[in-house]
Design a protein around this ligand. Structure first.
Ligand SMILES: [Zn+2]
Length: 66
């Protein structure tokens, strides 16, 4: 199932313009917010778009919580 979790690191099909490949999920729900791990830029996108853009074979590593 698509049980995405806050703090999870995912890869999107397209790299961020900065060259970053990994994104941290910061918010889940109707809209998702993901943050580029490389440059720190965050974007909001609807869940449907997120699910189309995310790469299969997700990684289940998490950034340490502050
Ligand atoms: Zn970036």
């Amino acid at each position: 199932m698509n049980d995405y979790r806050i703090g999870e690191i995912v890869q999107m099909k397209k790299n961020h313009p900065c060259g970053g490949k990994e994104w941290e999920i910061q918010r889940v729900g109707m809209d998702f917010r993901i943050r580029c791990v490389t440059c720190g830029h965050s974007i909001m996108l609807p869940r449907t778009k997120f699910e189309k853009s995310v790469k299969k074979g997700r990684k289940f590593h998490f950034l340490p919580e502050n």
